[in-house]
Design a protein around this ligand. Structure first.
Ligand SMILES: NC(=O)c1ccc[n+]([C@@H]2O[C@H](COP(=O)([O-])OP(=O)(O)OC[C@H]3O[C@@H](n4cnc5c(N)ncnc54)[C@H](O)[C@@H]3O)[C@@H](O)[C@H]2O)c1
Ligand SMILES: N[C@H](CO)Cc1c[nH]c[nH+]1
Ligand SMILES: [Zn+2]
Length: 416
């Protein structure tokens, strides 16, 4: 258990993006650029142990996976799909009136979706990425995901009408979406979460292609007080720790006894959990229990951590939403476990990690829209804007700028 000061000392140095693999990832990207599909096949064999030739999964295979879904899973995916679509429709930017100065909104044409598949499989990520894109009106969606692929992931692709699905993952899949290969067409924007290799590749290709954000190893901060259910809090911590040894969890309170109770239960559940090895490693290296002085100190710590997920399970939980500026998604109250956000609540579970919530929101329909400013100046408004522009153009000594503005005064006088 750490005080806030002790946490500040240890955490700041660790809360940095891991660039140590950058040369490996750059080499992968370059190989895909020069060798295309052959490089994809080689890396799939090397990193995923699969002897496959990259190919689009036939539509009939997607449909067969969908038809074979167990009834309860099909119903859950269908309901989750409805909830996600409803939320994305609600938050979609409205098109402002086409008057004078306004943005004109367009969906981007094509998007590539990375669906992780290394340590777990993620049919839910198909829904959480493809549906916001579909609500925006993106024409073409390509999914990449490493082998072996969970049939439920293929079924989810079928439900979302994905145009092409390729069983390739990691940095090589990101490079293929960014630059294209013989089999995979390049896209306008790449979205979706992934491990350090995927995150590094997205950073490196950005600018040649759009990206949504860096959605890396999962994170959860849980705030508890004497009133909190310690078992629920402990299980919520495990639910994120089981994603990855690199998943980060934080437990905060002003109540020492409750922190001890939650920590004891988390350690006990970790022993019994099916994914015990991953969870124990994550809790050992990437978990922080913090005893704060007061609520203000908890708020300050949360804004510094800027966690992907924040679960507040205290009596005054409602008050946190206004005071915490930096969190990818907030889960308020005991009946809002983070896992519901992962699957069925509605907002996308693709959220910024590693402190990126300071400047980045979770994936949404609006990530698939561009807003192009339209400037249409009425002649009667010209002088007002020209007078506010000319002295600035002259001070920048950009004479052609000034002349282009002055020329309109001449034209107007001539036409009067
Ligand atoms: N932030 C979010 O929104 C969000 C959502 C879901 C999942 N996640 C996170 O996504 C991550 C998924 O990671 P994952 O590993 O399970 O799947 P992944 O698909 O991201 O990574 C697997 C791929 O990594 C590549 N790889 C593995 N070892 C490599 C090596 N030594 N060199 C080069 N490439 C290598 C392989 O190509 C493999 O296909 C987890 O950390 C999870 O917590 C985040
Ligand atoms: N918690 C993950 C985001 O960090 C999303 C997810 C998908 N499936 C289960 N969980
Ligand atoms: Zn999760």
């Amino acid at each position: 258990m750490l005080t806030a000061k002790e946490f500040d000392d240890v955490y700041t140095s660790q809360n940095q993006f891991d660039w140590s693999k950058v040369n490996d990832v750059l080499a992968i990207i370059k190989a895909v650029q020069t060798e295309g599909d052959a490089a994809l096949d080689r890396y799939t064999k090397q990193f995923d142990g699969a002897e496959t030739e990259v190919r689009a999964v036939p539509e009939a295979e997607l449909k067969a996976a969908h038809d074979a879904l167990p009834v309860d899973l099909k119903a859950a995916l269908t309901q989750a799909k409805k909830n996600i679509e409803a939320y994305q429709r609600k938050i979609k930017w409205p098109q402002p009136e086409a008057e004078g100065l306004y943005p004109v909104l367009h969906p981007i044409r094509s998007a590539g979706i990375y669906v992780p598949g290394g340590k777990a499989s993620y049919p839910s990520t198909v829904l959480m990425t493809a549906l916001p894109a579909r609500v925006a009106g993106v024409e073409e969606l390509t999914v990449v995901t490493p082998p072996p692929v969970n049939p439920a992931t293929l079924a989810a692709c079928y439900m979302c009408g994905i145009d092409r699905v390729y069983t390739v993952g990691g940095a090589q899949a990101i490079a293929a979406l960014a630059y294209g290969t013989e089999s995979i067409a390049r896209v306008d924007k790449i979205v979706g979460p992934g491990n350090q290799y995927v995150a590094l590749a997205k950073k490196l290709v950005y600018g040649d292609v759009g990206i949504d954000s860096i959605a890396g190893p999962s994170e959860l901060a849980v705030v508890v007080d004497a009133s909190s259910n310690a078992e629920w809090a402990a299980l919520d911590l495990l639910a994120q720790a089981e994603h990855d040894e690199m998943a980060r969890t934080f437990l905060l309170s002003t109540d020492r006894a409750k922190l001890e109770e939650v920590s004891r239960l988390a350690a006990q559940f970790a022993e019994e959990a099916p994914r015990s090895a991953i969870i124990k490693e994550s809790l050992k290296n990437n978990h922080y229990t913090i005893l704060a002085e007061d609520r203000a100190e908890i708020i300050r710590l949360l804004n510094d951590i800027a966690p992907e997920h924040l679960a507040v399970q205290t009596e005054d939980a409602e008050t946190y939403a206004a005071d915490v500026r930096n969190a990818g998604a907030l889960f308020i109250g005991g009946f809002s476990p983070e896992a519901l956000g992962d699957y069925s609540a509605g907002p996308s579970h693709v959220l910024p990690t590693n402190g990126n919530a300071r400047f980045q929101s979770g994936l949404s329909v609006n990530d698939f829209l561009t807003a192009n400013a339209v400037i249409r100046v009425a002649e009667t408004d010209y002088s007002r804007l020209a007078d506010a522009a000319l002295p600035i153009a002259r001070s920048e000594e950009l004479h052609a700028h000034a002349a282009s503005i002055e020329a309109r005064f001449g034209k107007r006088r001539d036409s009067e």
